[in-house]
Design a protein. Structure first.
Length: 378
């Protein structure tokens, strides 16, 4: 099947691209709807990282977290465009040139903007594909319910749009609080989210869950929303983002965090979450294929507080799945094996994310993908 993405008339001719999907129905690529939020494994034109610097909470571990971001940058830029947001583009350019090969550097562009933090998943555009081209939806980011300052991060999307790097249409939804890590799309009209996050305080009160569902369907042209009522991770600041717990994968599969240790504080909740996942049905009224990911071994900060390590926070890019690891070879290997089952046509690439969880996030939280046709080529 061929999909023609129609870009605006002002778009250079060389940006109109033909994407081919030769796989049978139910395979790795989803069927295409007229206007939709693509699944993460849909072909991408690029990925955004918002780079750590000494004006963020990363300052005490800046060297370590920079090493992690360099590894992410390399893996992404070897496969597709990488957009890096930073308040210090000249300094960062020198650092990248010292660490990365020229082939990767050619795929990287730096864009200056003031930033509070680095979690691009939650302040970045959410991009729809439509008959008239990409629609870049800009929602309000308020530091996960006003827990942290986010004014600078909340202005990044407008800053990038003004720099002219995107094709398509800008949609202002800054009157609604929504983080990218709080929703999952299968690309076929179904969204997956958590009740605990989207109804949390200081987000969209006094809207009810029913009100929020109506808005999600309208924003993303979705047919239905699956609400996960259970599941959390100790140390999580996001009020249970779905990308820490359960993720859509190709072929009607959901990969999810499974806890089998009754002595673990998460056991009861994650057992309930697993039971609820078994009740979910696809749009064809079939059960999902459930693929358990191991519970990450407990990790703690210097004050003894448990950190939200999770293998569900993987990032899908063109041809690869970037998987976080946490310094436990047996558990890391089991998670990799499971994700390879979920994405048999992708290379699963492990990236040490022990530093990322010190600020209560991981790989997926750090990046935002843009579907094919969204980024201009020059």
């Amino acid at each position: 099947m061929a999909l023609q993405i129609h870009l605006p008339a002002s778009t250079p001719a060389d940006l109109t691209l033909q994407l081919r999907f030769d796989e049978p129905a139910g395979s790795e690529h989803t069927s295409i709807r007229a206007t939709h939020l693509p699944a993460e494994w849909f072909p991408q034109s690029g990925v955004q990282l918002t780079w750590p610097h000494d004006g963020t909470d990363w300052a005490p571990v800046l060297r370590d977290v920079t090493r992690c971001y360099m590894r992410m940058a390399l893996e992404i830029a070897e496969r597709e465009r990488l957009i890096i947001v930073t308040p210090e583009p000249q300094l960062l350019r020198r650092q990248l040139e010292e660490k990365l090969p020229q082939a990767a550097l050619r795929n990287i562009s730096l864009h200056q903007a003031e930033t509070d933090d680095t979690w691009a998943r939650d302040h970045g555009f959410l991009t729809l594909l439509a008959d008239d081209g990409p629609h870049l939806l800009d929602f309000q980011f308020n530091g996960w319910g006003q827990k942290f300052g986010a004014e600078k991060d909340n202005r990044i999307n407008a800053c990038l749009w003004q720099q002219g790097i995107f094709c398509g249409t800008y949609e202002n939804h800054l009157d609604f609080v929504l983080e990218g890590g709080s929703i999952e799309s299968d690309g076929r009209g179904t969204l997956l989210t958590t009740t605990r996050c989207l109804t949390a305080p200081h987000r969209n009160q006094p809207l009810s869950q029913a009100d929020i569902e109506l808005r999600l369907k309208a924003f993303f042209h979705a047919e239905r929303v699956l609400w996960l009522d259970y599941g959390y991770l100790a140390g999580d600041d996001t009020d249970s983002h779905i990308d820490t717990l359960a993720r859509f994968c190709p072929a009607d599969t959901i990969a999810y965090v499974q806890c089998t240790d009754p002595s673990d504080e998460h056991y009861a909740e994650l057992q309930q979450m697993e039971a609820q996942l078994r009740t979910f049905r696809t749009s064809d009224d079939k059960p999902y294929t459930l693929l358990p990911l191991p519970m990450a071994e407990p990790a703690y900060d210097a004050d003894g507080q448990r950190l939200p390590a999770t293998y569900a926070n993987f990032l899908v890019i063109n041809g690869a799945v970037l998987m976080p690891t946490y310094g436990h070879p047996d558990t890391d290997a089991l998670a990799r094996e499971q994700l390879q089952r979920a994405f048999p046509r992708h290379e699963v690439v492990c990236i040490d994310s022990q530093t990322l969880i010190l600020q209560h996030g991981s790989l997926h939280c750090s990046a935002m993908q843009f579907p094919a046709g969204t980024l201009r080529t020059s």
